[in-house]
Design a protein around this ligand. Sequence first.
Ligand SMILES: Nc1ncnc2c1ncn2[C@@H]1O[C@H](COP(=O)(O)OP(=O)(O)O)[C@@H](O)[C@H]1O
Ligand SMILES: [Mg+2]
Length: 251
Amino acid sequence: MLEIRNLTVKIAEEDKTIIDRFSLTVKDGEVAAIMGPNGSGKSTLSYAIAGKEDYEIVEGEVLLDGENILEMEPNERAAKGLFLAFQYPIEIPGVATMTFLKAAMNAQRKARGEAEFSTPDFMRTVRAAADKLQVPMDMLKRGLNVGFSGGEKKRMEILQMALLQPSFAILDETDSGLDIDALRIVSDGVNALRAETRGFLVITHYQRLLDHIRPDTVHVMAKGRIVRTGGPDLALELEKHGYKDFLGEAA
Ligand SMILES: Nc1ncnc2c1ncn2[C@@H]1O[C@H](COP(=O)(O)OP(=O)(O)O)[C@@H](O)[C@H]1O
Ligand SMILES: [Mg+2]
């Protein structure tokens, strides 16, 4: 379970509040969607939860299964089971994707007190997961995300998620840059991971992703806050009327 309590976040460099007394609880097994106009703070929220530097936590807490993760290093948060699929996945030249995946998986296994993967076991696991997401094996030999198309990067994020089996996953605009076939592959990948023991926070600007990943709850974010909460129908309403009705409420 993820509990965000009264979280206020500033950009460290500037004296600018981006997340403003934000509270949200996502239970195990729940898929919560956050929708909101550009610039409402959706990515900042996910970065602050994942522990990216450059953000100053002014107040509030984020509890993952009851533990405040804001006091942990980003790698400790990941070891605890938090996963963030980035809106803009970073390219790491010189690190083969396969090597990266193996290091990430073994770090997590170690944190869970499990033995490291043998190479054949690792290969088998990656191959099966990559097949499902239609990620060709030769892509995994290239530098992480280097020269990948927008859609390939997003599929790679979901592959990482499938391999790491997080206890809580945040997907930041995973639909952007995907054509309709890739959207279906990615959504199927997410849906396959839905489980009673796993929560999701799905951030999206458009409703179409939520046709494929049906959320339990929908939250509208504007100016760093949740301004409306509802069920899946709220997403449809937004698609019809846009965000303009909500922008005034956050002032
Ligand atoms: N590193 C930064 N420096 C200055 N302003 C930033 C930085 N990152 C984000 N912002 C600002 O914070 C606001 C929220 O951005 P963001 O979290 O990316 O919104 P969203 O993901 O909802 O589009 C925007 O006004 C954006 O310009
Ligand atoms: Mg964003």
